[in-house]
Structure formats: structure tokens, C-alpha cells
Design a protein. Structure first.
Length: 194
């Protein structure tokens, strides 16, 4: 059975930090592929700077095109909003019954995982692959040494999409933080400049 790691994000925009983590996960764990799941507009985030879903998907597509084991996914675009991860996992497992899906998350998300909707159901049916993040707070005791939670010692990447959007707005050179294809699309479309 094919093991797929689902890496969720708004990817606004996708940057080399996302690719470093996704590539590390596929190379240094038992996952066969990583699907970059572009999440639709989140009701908790300020919308003004968020590119439309199809543009963010296009950026992820361009960024991952040359990686055979990293693929873009727009599976959440078709689900009712607001959506919860537990519903996406149920839906994707139904659509692809021949694949085994795991969640990829930063350590910061694991610290608040006990607040996720039906997190027990997620853990019952799926593995979690956690990459390190510099963040305050403690991981809940119940998640330490949990048989379904795997800590992957991926590099800590301190690049954020916010930093990139701010840089573009302030006319800074942020090219090293993006793939060439992503930078060219953003530049050509005049994204994040205002």
C-alpha cells in the first residue's frame, strides 16, 4: 500500500522551506509520496493578502513539478467550508482506498493538536509525522512517545510566507526563498506588491 504524507498549508506563497521539509520527509521516512494540500481560505485568517485558491494551487504545482514524489493537491477545494482536517482525511481515504494517509505537521501544531476537532479519531486511523519548529509551549503528555506519532529530525527552516509577502511589498529581493518558477509567476502576476 502506498504511504502518502499530507502536508496542509495555505502556501501563500509556497517557498523553499516547504520544499525542504516535504523533500526531507519523503527521503528520510517510510512515506512514498508527499501531497501538498492547498487549503482554501481559512475563516480565522485575514483575507486581504490571501491569493485566490487557483493561484496558490498553480504556485504549488510549479514548485513541485520537478519532484516526482511531491505532488500538489486541491482536494479541499471541493469540500464544504469551513472544513476540518478530520473530514478531509475521511474524504481522501474514501476517494483513494488503496492508499494509506498520514499527516505531516510542525511541532507547533502538535502542541495544540488536543484542541483539533476529533483529534482522537485522527490518531486512531492515521499516523502523524512531526517536524521540528522553534515554538514556545509544551507538547501534551499524551502525545509524547505515542506509537502513531513520529518525530522526523528535519532541518528547522525559519522562512515564512508572511516574510516573503512583506519583502515583495517593500521591494526587497526575496528570490532565494522561492523556486525560480514560483518567483516568475508571482512577479508576472504582480502578486503581493500592494
Amino acid at each position: 500500500m502506498n504511504k502518502i504524507g499530507l502536508y496542509f498549508g495555505t502556501f501563500n506563497p509556497i517557498h523553499v522551506g516547504h520544499l525542504i521539509i516535504a523533500n526531507y520527509m519523503v527521503e528520510h521516512s517510510d512515506l512514498d509520496e508527499i501531497w501538498m494540500v492547498v487549503t482554501p481560505h481559512n475563516p480565522f485568517k485575514k483575507k486581504s493578502s490571501l491569493l485566490e485558491n487557483h493561484h496558490r494551487f498553480e504556485l504549488v504545482y510549479k514548485a513541485t513539478e520537478s519532484y516526482k514524489n511531491i505532488k500538489p493537491s486541491d482536494i479541499e477545494f471541493k469540500l464544504p467550508q469551513p472544513n476540518y482536517t478530520v473530514y478531509t482525511l475521511a474524504h481522501i481515504s474514501e476517494v483513494y482506498p488503496d492508499k494509506e494517509f498520514s499527516l505531516i505537521m510542525g511541532e507547533d501544531n502538535l502542541k495544540s493538536f488536543h484542541k483539533w476537532k476529533n483529534y482522537e479519531t485522527i490518531l486512531e486511523h492515521h499516523q502523524l509525522y512531526v517536524y521540528p519548529r522553534i515554538a514556545k509551549g509544551e507538547v501534551e503528555h499524551q502525545f509524547k512517545n505515542h506509537p502513531k506519532i513520529h518525530t522526523i529530525d528535519a532541518p528547522i527552516v525559519q522562512i515564512s510566507s508572511t516574510m516573503i509577502r512583506t519583502g515583495i511589498k517593500n521591494k526587497k529581493n526575496i528570490k532565494p526563498m522561492l523556486t525560480k518558477e514560483v518567483w516568475e509567476y508571482i512577479d508576472e502576476m504582480n502578486f503581493y506588491k500592494k
